[in-house]
Design a protein around this ligand. Structure first.
Ligand code: ZN
Length: 502
């Protein structure tokens, strides 16, 4: 018990001492710590107030295309709200001509305090190359022709000429009509890509052909049967298109005339071809007959071909005038207008014989004949005012020389002239003055020996010949003395014609 209390006493005392000591020890560090914290805060605030702020204007990372201009937007520096941007120093450079990544640093320094920001500028190739097509962008070509690439050029802002890298895509079937596209594509080193295209239209511009079997000009007799000799049509694309041929026109075999058949065909591209065939339906050749002339026989029609001709025609006109005889002149483009005018004014018939009298020319074709006839027709009309409709074929309708120039031309012409309103005259008395006869006596004898009272006598003479001129008066005298009547051919005079031999 005692021990316990002593111990307790001691303990109380000890407790008191250590409490005082503790108070003293604890009061000093709190004070120092507070000062330290205060100083620290002052320092933080000071530093905060004294350190400038800096910020970028614009983006932190800027990407530009190579060779483009770069303008830096800069940075902004503030100190306690005051703009001190002018103290910013910038370092770093951007080479816009060189691909790469560039760093620009902006630093602000204020007393011992500094701050900085930076920006990354990336110079890239972002531009697509270009492809330039040579030739036309829209080409048109004929089927089966060869396609020839007109060429192209590719250029890149960084790589330069990259024509070799161009790939061409697409197919053209030049054998087939249609529209085709070629695509030209190229990439630069950085994967920038360009493509252009060209359109090629393959078309068919070629006409088909029609080949006629048989002759292009066929002559048949009235009431004969006309049988189409056939034809064939070929096209460069469609091949045999004979079945597509259409025939226009028809032949009336019951009626004399010239009929035209037109064979027409179109290919699938609308190219059209036509050819013509001419079918002459003619009356059976007329046999020269004894011709009744107004019911009278014993008429002499003196006819003079190939003039007019100065020195002969004028003398012949004098004789006819003195003998009071009318005659017929089949004129050409020769001689002076005055002789045609005089013949007309003195009551003779001015008829047509063709302008050139050139067999090779006038019998080359139907068209050639009528073109030539028109020239002399117009001459006579100009001089006389008459629309002359009486004609004589050079060599007569029975001539065979025309065969050399055009087979069957006379058969065609004898019908065609009548169709066009002409009356043609051959002859049944020949003076022979165009051939071997070179004396007036022979001319005279040839004529008078052939005259007949039983018919109309159409006498062939040439007013270009002196011996004919010199035989004329005696021929007229003979006719008068033997009861013949002289007349000029008129449109109403029945035609005296030969048998056609070509
Ligand atoms: Zn003649």
């Amino acid at each position: 018990m005692l021990e316990f209390s002593i111990l307790g006493k001691y303990n109380k005392e000890e407790e008191m001492i250590s409490l005082v000591h503790f108070r003293k020890e604890i009061q000093r560090p709190i004070w120092v710590g507070a000062v330290c914290i205060l100083l620290f805060l002052i320092m933080i605030i000071g530093m905060t107030l004294m350190t400038p702020e800096i910020s970028l204007i614009g983006d932190q990372t800027v990407v530009i295309n190579i060779n483009d201009d770069y303008t830096d937007e800069g940075a902004k520096a503030l100190l306690n709200g005051k703009n001190i941007s002018k103290y910013i120093t910038v370092s770093g450079e951007v080479n816009t001509k060189q691909l790469g990544s560039y760093k620009i640093e902006y630093q602000i320094k204020y007393g011992p305090f500094k701050n900085k920001v930076s920006r990354t500028v990336i110079v890239k190739d972002m531009e697509n190359p270009t492809i330039t097509l040579l030739g036309d962008e829209n080409m048109v070509m004929n089927v089966n022709d060869t396609f020839k690439e007109p060429g192209y050029k590719a250029y890149d802002n960084v790589d330069g000429d990259i024509t070799e890298k161009v790939t061409v895509d697409g197919d053209i079937d030049t054998k087939k009509i249609g529209s085709y596209t070629l695509t030209y594509q190229v990439q630069d080193r950085f994967g920038n890509e360009t493509s252009v295209s060209r359109n090629i239209t393959v078309q068919d511009k070629e006409k088909p052909t029609i080949t006629l079997s048989g002759s292009k000009s066929i002559t048949i007799n009235v009431n004969d049967t006309f049988k189409e000799p056939g034809y064939k049509a070929l096209d460069n694309v469609d091949g045999d298109i004979t079945k597509k041929v259409k025939i226009e026109g028809s032949v009336n075999t019951k009626k004399a005339g010239v009929y035209t058949l037109t064979y027409r065909v179109q290919d699938s591209s609308g190219n059209e071809t036509s050819v013509k065939r001419s079918i002459t339906v003619k009356e059976k050749a007329k046999v020269p007959e004894k011709t009744e002339d107004d019911g009278k026989t014993g008429v002499i029609y003196l006819t003079f071909d190939d003039g007019p001709h100065e020195g002969t025609t004028n003398v012949i006109l004098d004789i006819l005038k003195e003998e009071k005889v009318k005659a017929t002149f089949f004129v050409t483009n020769n001689g002076p207008d005055s002789l045609i005018k005089r013949a007309y004014e003195e009551g003779h018939t001015v008829a047509l014989h063709t302008a050139t009298h050139d067999y090779a020319k006038v019998y080359a074709s139907e068209k050639a004949y009528f073109d030539d006839l028109k020239i002399v027709h117009d001459r006579v009309q100009r001089i006389t005012g008459e629309d002359a409709k009486i004609i004589r074929f050079p060599g007569g309708s029975s001539n065979t020389v025309s065969r050399n120039y055009s087979k069957g031309i006379m058969t065609l012409l004898v019908n065609e002239v009548v169709k066009r309103g002409y009356h043609y005259f051959d002859w049944n008395v020949s003076s022979g003055d165009a051939g071997a006869v070179h004396t007036k006596e022979k001319v005279y004898n040839n004529v008078i020996s052939a005259l007949s009272k039983k018919r109309a006598n159409v006498v062939l003479m040439h007013d270009t010949k002196t011996y004919t001129r010199d035989a004329l008066r005696d021929i007229i005298r003979y006719g008068k003395n033997h009861g013949y009547e002289f007349k000029a051919i008129t449109y109403d005079t029945p035609m005296v014609i030969h048998r056609v031999s070509n």
